[in-house]
Write a protein that binds this ligand. Structure first.
Ligand SMILES: [Zn+2]
Ligand SMILES: [Zn+2]
Length: 187
């Protein structure tokens, strides 16, 4: 993953950082600038995604009045509730991996459309808690990626990587490309 730099002092910024460790500026990733920007709580531009308050996201939205979530978080369908602390924490880890994936797909300039904007061709992620009463399985269908949260982390990530790799070949949301998606380095 690329190491970014602070827009204010040029100190290195890592992908999950939300503060510059050198000058203490609040920073966030902007898909519009495709870089880290300074976050300004007092103006209606470059402010954090709603999931920042849950320590889940460090991306920014342009206008909080129209964009509650950043692009990466806007792909979420079902997620655990905040009160479900164990599964919420598992989701938080998966969400960070998903942010890296979305970033890589953007680098590859693949069109990414949330299901909320295009129900037929869009992409959506459901993070579910497995139970014994249903046949929930990790997988994907018609652009809906389902991930079970009670699987061990290494296995979990590998499964997510596999399903997303196959998704990139089959989903209408992601057109077939000649070059393979290199997801191993990103998750
Ligand atoms: Zn700085
Ligand atoms: Zn977000």
């Amino acid at each position: 993953m690329k190491v970014f730099s602070c827009p204010k002092c040029s100190h290195p910024i890592f992908f999950e950082n939300n503060i510059c460790l050198n000058c203490n500026s609040k920073v966030g990733f902007s898909v519009y600038h495709f870089d880290f920007v300074l976050v300004d709580d007092h103006h209606h531009h470059s402010i954090y995604c709603t999931n920042y308050a849950r320590d889940v996201c460090n991306w920014v939205v342009r206008n909080i009045e129209t964009d509650q979530f950043c692009l990466a978080c806007s792909f979420n369908g079902l997620i655990p509730t905040y009160e479900d602390t164990v599964n919420f924490e598992k989701w938080r880890e998966m969400e960070m991996a998903k942010h890296r994936l979305i970033y890589q797909l953007l680098v590859l300039q693949l069109p990414l459309i949330p299901k909320s904007k295009d129900q037929i061709n869009g992409l959506s992620f459901d993070f579910l808690v497995a139970d014994n009463t249903s046949n929930r399985m990790t997988g994907h269908a018609n652009g809906l990626v389902t991930t079970l949260l009670d699987e061990g982390d290494p296995v979990h990530r590998e499964q997510m990587r596999k399903q997303l790799s196959s998704l990139s070949n089959t989903s209408r949301a992601l057109p077939t490309r000649n070059r393979p998606l290199l997801l191993d380095a990103t998750l």
